[in-house]
Design a protein around this ligand. Structure first.
Ligand SMILES: NC(=O)c1ccc[n+]([C@@H]2O[C@H](COP(=O)([O-])OP(=O)(O)OC[C@H]3O[C@@H](n4cnc5c(N)ncnc54)[C@H](O)[C@@H]3O)[C@@H](O)[C@H]2O)c1
Length: 444
C-alpha cells in the first residue's frame, strides 16, 4: 500500500448514500442474526451490544483532556439506516424463513420484523460439493466454468447495486467453512491464479470465486470463516492492484475470544502453561458442516494457532516450550446455536507449583458473531474511503487467524489488537497515537 494514497482527516471520502452489505451465506445463522439485529436496532427495539462501531469510545489526547468521543462520532462511518442487505445461499429461504430455521432469535422478534425480513432473498450460490460435504445445495448457479460463475456473481452485484440505488458495497463471507486446503502453486500469483481460473482448477474454492468477483468489482472482501479464500498471495496481489481492502480470517467470537483474553494475562504474569484442552458442543448448521473431517480440519487449524503466537515459546522456553494444546468440536444437535465450551487450563507458578483453571462458557454463537459482522462491514467501508487497501491488519481484533503481511507474524492478543485498531483510527484522523506510557504526567 502506498502511503501517499492514504486519505486522512477531512480528506476521507464521506459515507454518502447507501451501503450494500453482500453476504455469501445470507440464509445462515450469523447472517440472519446480524441483519435482523440491525433492523431491530434501527427500530429502537434493542441495543447493538458487542459492537465497537456503535457503542465503543476512543480516548483522544491526554487523560487530562477528557476527550472520549464515541467511535461513530469520531470517524465518518455509514449509518445503520443506510445499510442494505443482500447475498447468496444454497437455500432459497428468505430472511424471515432463515431466522425461524436458525432459531437464534426469539420468535416474537422475528414476527415483528417479518415484512422487512421476508423482502430479503438470496441470489443462487456458487457451490461445489467437494468443499462442503455435509450440505445438499438446492439453489445454485448452473454455470460450470469458473469464468462464467464469476461473471454471474458480478452480474448479481450490479443488479443488487442498481435495484437498491447503492453508492458502495462491501462483502463479508458468512458461508459455511470449506474443506481444508493448503496453498498450492496456483495460489502463488495473480497470473497463475487467472490461468487456473481458465482451466477450472480444483484448487480454487467457491469462496475464492466470490472474493475474485468482489475485488474485480472494486468491493472490499472480509472472510469470516477459516477457509484460505483471500489469504493467498494471488488475491492479496489482486487487492493491491485494484486498491481494495481485504481482511480475514475466521470471526473471533466464543472460545477463542476467551482464549485470547486469558492467555495474554497468564503470560503477562509469567505463569507457566502445561496444557490447554478446549472442547465444544454445538448443534447448528455450522456444527453439521464441521462434523465432516475436511471442514473440521480448516476450523481446528485456525483455532490452534492462537496460543503459539501469544505465548512465544521460543522466547519463554521454561514456561511454554511443551504446551499440550488440544481443540475438539462436537456436533450435538440438541444445543442448536447455543454452544457450550469447556476449557481445562493447566498452569504452574512459583517454583513450578501446579494449578488449574476451568472455564465453562455457555455462549450463543451467532449473538457473538453478529456485532463482529457489523463492525467489519462498517470498518472495511471506512478503510476503502480512507484509501487503505490490501490486507487490513488493524482489523485483527475480529479474527481467530488474522491476516498480515508475509514477513510478519499475526498479532493474537486481544488487547494489543484493540490498541492497534484504535491507533489506526487516531492515525487516520490525525490524532496523537496513545502509548499508555503515563510517566509524562508525573514529570515536571
Ligand atoms: N457463529 C460464530 O460465532 C462464528 C465464528 C467464527 C466463524 N464462523 C463462521 O461463519 C460461517 C457462518 O456460520 P453460521 O453459524 O451462520 O453457519 P450456517 O451454516 O448457519 O450458515 C452458513 C450458510 O452458508 C451457506 N452456504 C454454504 N456454502 C455456500 C456457498 N458456496 N455460497 C453461498 N452460501 C453458502 C449455507 O447454506 C448456510 O446457510 C461459518 O463458516 C462459520 O464457521 C462463525
Amino acid at each position: 500500500m502506498k502511503a501517499e494514497k492514504i486519505r486522512k482527516g477531512n480528506n476521507i471520502l464521506p459515507a454518502k448514500g447507501r451501503l450494500g452489505v453482500l453476504l455469501p451465506g445470507l440464509a445462515g445463522a450469523v447472517s440472519s442474526t446480524f441483519i435482523a439485529g440491525v433492523e431491530a436496532v434501527r427500530r429502537g427495539m434493542a441495543l447493538p451490544i458487542g459492537s465497537l462501531t456503535q457503542m465503543g469510545t476512543i480516548r483522544l489526547g491526554k487523560r487530562t483532556e477528557k476527550r472520549i468521543p464515541k467511535i461513530k462520532e469520531f470517524i465518518n462511518l455509514a449509518n445503520l439506516e443506510d445499510l442494505v442487505f443482500g447475498g447468496w445461499d444454497i437455500y432459497e429461504d428468505n430472511l424471515y424463513e432463515a431466522c425461524l430455521k436458525a432459531k437464534v432469535l426469539e420468535k416474537n422478534l422475528v414476527e415483528d420484523l417479518k415484512d422487512f425480513l421476508s423482502s430479503i432473498k438470496p441470489y443462487p450460490a456458487v457451490f461445489k460439493q467437494e468443499f462442503v460435504h455435509n450440505l445438499q445445495a438446492k439453489y445454485f448457479k448452473k454455470e460450470t466454468n469458473y469464468l462464467d460463475l464469476i461473471a454471474a456473481l458480478k452480474a448479481d452485484i450490479e443488479d443488487f447495486k442498481r435495484k437498491n440505488k447503492l453508492e458502495r458495497c462491501v462483502m463479508v463471507w458468512c458461508g459455511s467453512t470449506e474443506a481444508y486446503i493448503t496453498p498450492q502453486e496456483v495460489h502463488q500469483s495473480l497470473e497463475k491464479f487467472e490461468e487456473a481460473l481458465r482451466k477450472n482448477d480444483p484448487n480454487i474454492s467457491p469462496s475464492m470465486l466470490y472474493a475474485y468477483a468482489a475485488i474485480d468489482s472494486g468491493i472490499s472482501f472480509v472472510n469470516g470463516a477459516p477457509n484460505l479464500t483471500v489469504d493467498i498471495p494471488a488475491l492479496v496481489e489482486m487487492a493491491e492492484n485494484r486498491e481494495v481492502p481485504i481482511a480475514g480470517k475466521d470471526f473471533k467470537t466464543g472460545q477463542t475470544l476467551l482464549k485470547t483474553i486469558i492467555a495474554p494475562g497468564i503470560k503477562a504474569r509469567l505463569l507457566g502453561l502445561k496444557g490447554w484442552f478446549s472442547t465444544n458442543i454445538l448443534g447448528n448448521r455450522d456444527g453439521l458442516v464441521l462434523d465432516d473431517e475436511a471442514s473440521y480440519k480448516t476450523k481446528r487449524v485456525s483455532k490452534l494457532s492462537v496460543l503459539e503466537y501469544i505465548l512465544q515459546p521460543h522466547v519463554y522456553p521454561e514456561l511454554y516450550k511443551d504446551v499440550y494444546h488440544k481443540v475438539r468440536i462436537n456436533y450435538y444437535p440438541p444445543r442448536g446455536d447455543n454452544k457450550e465450551a469447556w476449557d481445562c487450563i493447566d498452569i504452574f507458578g512459583w517454583l513450578g507449583y501446579e494449578m488449574q483453571i476451568k472455564v465453562n462458557f455457555l455462549c450463543r454463537d451467532s449473538i457473538l458473531a453478529a456485532p463482529v459482522v457489523l463492525d467489519l462491514a462498517l470498518f472495511s467501508d471506512f478503510a476503502q474511503r480512507a484509501g487503505l487497501y490490501g490486507v487490513q491488519e488493524w482489523l485483527s481484533f475480529y479474527f481467530k487467524s488474522p491476516m498480515c503481511k508475509e514477513e510478519l507474524y499475526p498479532e493474537h492478543d486481544l488487547f494489543i489488537q484493540l490498541m492497534k485498531l484504535k491507533n489506526t483510527l487516531r492515525f487516520l484522523m490525525e490524532e496523537e497515537q496513545i502509548t499508555h506510557w503515563g510517566l509524562d504526567y508525573y514529570m515536571e
